[in-house]
Ligand binder design. Structure first.
Ligand code: AMP
Length: 330
C-alpha cells in the first residue's frame, strides 16, 4: 500500500519541472529537516529540475541548518505550474506559505493524525516518529534511482532526533532505527548536531531557573506553567524561547500530562497552549480548544483565564480517569 503511494509520488515528481516544498507554520526540526532533506535528494537526483523551499519563517535553534528562500521569489504564475509537496503538516490551515494553494497539484506527506486530509495524493503514516523517517523510507524504497549525500542525511537525522524526543517516544520502532542507521552510514556529524541542539544561552538558563519555581500542579498531577507577557518582556524572550518551557516539565513523577500556556504579544490576547503527555492521550483536549496534534504532543489556543481553567480541568479529569483505570504508571 505505502509502496503504491510512494510510487505515485515519485511519478508525479518525475512529471514536473518545478517542485516546491512547503511545511507548517512555527517550524520545528522535523518540518525543516524533512523539506531540506527531500529537496536535497531531489536536487541531487534531478539537477535539471527547479526545486525550491519557499518559506520565510525562521527558528533560531535550527539556524545551523541554514534558512530558505522568501515566498516572493516566484510569481503567482510560476507557482501555478508547480507541483507542491507539503511535508509534516496535518491541515492546510497550518501551511506557513499561503501561496501553496496556487500549485497545480499538491501532495501531502505527513505523520500527524489525518483529521483534515488534503492534496491530490496523500501519504500519511501516523505511526511514524517523524516525517523525516518517512522521507528516508521514500529514499530507501527507490535507492537505485534517488541520490542522497551527507548534507541531506544531516537534515533528516536532525528532524528524526528532534521529533522523536531523541529516540525516546513510543512511535520509535525498529524501522526508525534502521532509517537512522542509513543516515549515520552517510557520515552524519552527530556531535555537531547535538551541540547545536543542546547548547543554551546563559540568559536563558537564568530564565529556566526562574520559571522552574513557577511550575504548578493540578489535583491529579497535571503540571503547568504560564508564561505571561510580563515575563516575556523581562527576559526578552522570543515566542519560541517562551514556548520551550514545556520541556522543563517533561519528567515529573506522577505528572503524566504537562502543559505550557504562552501569552501572545498580539492584540487578540490569544494564549498558545502546548500540551504533552506520556501513556495518556491529550489530543482530544487540544481539539476542544481550537487545536489538535499527536496523542502525546498537541497544540491549542485559548482566550482568557476562564478558558485556561477549563482546559486544565479537562486535562485533570482525563488524567484522573487514566490513573483510576490503569496501573503501572510512574
Ligand atoms: P506544538 O506544541 O506547537 O509543538 O505542537 C505540538 C503538535 O501539535 C505539533 O505536532 C503540531 O503540529 C500540532 N499542533 C499544534 N497546534 C495545532 C493546532 N492549532 N491544530 C492542530 N495541530 C496543532
Amino acid at each position: 500500500m505505502s509502496r503504491d503511494v510512494m510510487q505515485s509520488i515519485l511519478q508525479k515528481i518525475k512529471e514536473y519541472d518545478r517542485i516546491l516544498l512547503f511545511r507548517h507554520t512555527r517550524c520545528d526540526g522535523d518540518c525543516v529537516g524533512a523539506t531540506k532533506g527531500l529537496a536535497r535528494i531531489l536536487k541531487l537526483t534531478y539537477p535539471e529540475k527547479e526545486i525550491r523551499i519557499l518559506d520565510g519563517q525562521r527558528s533560531s535553534y535550527l539556524a545551523f541548518l541554514g534558512y530558505d528562500e522568501s515566498p516572493d521569489v516566484l510569481s503567482d504564475e510560476e507557482y501555478a505550474t508547480a507541483l507542491g509537496l507539503v511535508l509534516d503538516t496535518g491541515s492546510e490551515r497550518r501551511i506557513s506559505n499561503p501561496k501553496y494553494a496556487l500549485c497545480r497539484e499538491l501532495i501531502k506527506l505527513d505523520h500527524h493524525i489525518d483529521r483534515e486530509p488534503y492534496g491530490n495524493i496523500s501519504w500519511v503514516e501516523e505511526h511514524r516518529s517523524s516525517t523525516c523517517e518517512m522521507v528516508v523510507a521514500f529514499y530507501t524504497a527507490f535507492s537505485d534511482e534517488l541520490k542522497i549525500d551527507r548534507e541531506a542525511a544531516t537534515y533528516l537525522f536532525t528532524g528524526m532526533v528532534t521529533d522523536s524526543g531523541r529516540f525516546r517516544f513510543r512511535e520509535v520502532s525498529g524501522e526508525t532505527m534502521r532509517m537512522a542507521a542509513t543516515l549515520l552510514d552517510l557520515g552524519v556529524p552527530t556531535d555537531r548536531i547535538y551541540a547545536n541542539l543542546y547548547m543554551q544561552d546563559y540568559a536563558l538558563l537564568k530564565f529556566k531557573a526562574y520559571v522552574l519555581r513557577r511550575i504548578r500542579m493540578t489535583e491529579n498531577g497535571v503540571a503547568y506553567l504560564h508564561v505571561t507577557r510580563a515575563m516575556q518582556r523581562r527576559f526578552h524572550l522570543t515566542h519560541e524561547q517562551a514556548g520551550a518551557v514545556v520541556s522543563h516539565m517533561d519528567s515529573i513523577k506522577n505528572s503524566l500530562i504537562w502543559i505550557a500556556f504562552i501569552d501572545g504579544m498580539g492584540k487578540d490576547r490569544a494564549t498558545r497552549v502546548r500540551l504533552r503527555s506520556r501513556f495518556v492521550t491529550v489530543n482530544e483536549v487540544a481539539e476542544q480548544f481550537r487545536g489538535g496534534g499527536h496523542e502525546g504532543a498537541s497544540g491549542a489556543t485559548v482566550y482568557g483565564k476562564r478558558e485556561v481553567r477549563a482546559l486544565l480541568s479537562m486535562a485533570d479529569a482525563r488524567l484522573q480517569e487514566y490513573k483510576e483505570t490503569h496501573e503501572g504508571w510512574l
